[in-house]
Design a protein around this ligand. Structure first.
Ligand code: ZN
Length: 207
């Protein structure tokens, strides 16, 4: 694919602490990946789009990496303000997204599927239908990976449905080719992301 430009949107609790990220990818489609915490996150996303000289109505597609509230909280407000864009989530997560937001999932994704210039990577564990997106050397990991203290981490165990499956999903990423890693919470790696992943897998030890 042509190099997509990807921009991070940090959503802050009470305007203070960054708690969750979503992403805008400018490629063959204009994509939004995750939607933050709440209606306020929809405003944050709209402002970020405007700063990039886009409007909300320019969004072609919104991909939800997984159906946790801090990743889909802005979806309903975005959809109400600007109905046309398509919503996508993994086939085994789509019902949860619909239940949580009342917004219909238009595209039910499967592993390996191509969407908006990215490949869907199915990473069950944090939730049953968690996905990442891989394209042009970039992995957008959702919560399959998080960042902090200059390292990558697995998903927060407290909010993880199946920890063994989540660990296996982290290990499976070693087979993929990428340099940049963008994560759901904390800071990712603009470069050296694959090495950071391998260090994480080493720290995790034997399965
Ligand atoms: Zn999550």
């Amino acid at each position: 694919m042509a190099e997509a430009r990807i921009y991070t949107i940090e959503h802050r609790m009470a305007g203070l602490f960054p708690v969750v990220n979503s992403y805008i990818a400018e490629g063959q489609d204009l994509m939004l990946i995750d939607t933050g915490l709440n209606d306020g996150s929809a405003n944050t996303i709209t402002k970020k789009l405007e700063s990039l000289e886009h409007r909300l109505s320019d969004i072609d597609l919104c991909i939800i990496t997984h159906a946790h509230r801090d990743h889909l909280g802005g979806l309903k407000a975005l959809k109400e303000r600007c109905p046309p864009f398509l919503v996508a989530a993994h086939d085994s997560e789509a019902d949860e997204v619909e239940k949580a937001t009342g917004v219909e999932v238009d595209l039910r994704l499967i592993d390996g599927q191509n969407i908006g210039g990215f490949t869907v990577v199915y990473l069950p564990g944090h939730t049953l239908g968690s996905i990442a997106l891989l394209g042009a050397g970039t992995l957008i990991a959702g919560d399959a990976l998080n960042g902090g203290d200059g390292a990558l981490k697995g998903p927060n165990p407290m909010f993880t449905k199946d920890r063994d499956a989540a660990a296996a999903s982290v290990r499976s990423l070693a087979d993929l080719d990428f340099d940049r890693v963008l994560v759901g919470h904390g800071s990712g790696f603009e470069t050296g992301g694959k090495e950071a992943l391998l260090r994480l897998i080493e720290r995790m030890g034997e399965p």
